[in-house]
Design a protein around this ligand. Structure first.
Ligand SMILES: [Zn+2]
Length: 103
């Protein structure tokens, strides 16, 4: 049976800096985290529905959203598993190949 649903994940990136936290009212270490959500069939054929980068206080988790292009320019690659990102695209390619093969 085909199951469908949404999922999400938070990935802490290796990007940290010290800055003043308004919520803690102290200097704290902040980490950049990637938050994303996906939707798909059978937990394999997915596509992303939301992706954002947040600079977050390591103590209170108060943070601010960062510009996606600026963050991704500093990364070697987007740290989202292939299956969460392009699973649905893979399924569509398989269907297209099947249709070509049948025709
Ligand atoms: Zn804080």
């Amino acid at each position: 049976m085909l199951a469908y649903g949404a999922g999400g994940n938070t990935v802490t990136l290796d990007m940290q800096e010290m800055r003043h936290c308004e919520a803690c009212n102290q200097d704290r270490s902040f980490s950049v985290v990637l938050q994303y959500r996906y939707w798909g069939f059978d937990w394999i054929f997915n596509f992303l529905t939301m992706r954002k980068y947040v600079m977050r206080c390591d103590v209170c988790e108060n943070g601010l959203e960062l510009d996606r292009k600026t963050v991704e320019a500093k990364l070697d690659g987007v740290p989202i598993p292939f299956i969460h990102r392009y699973g649905m695209l893979t399924l569509l390619e398989l269907i297209a190949l099947l249709l070509i093969w049948v025709a």
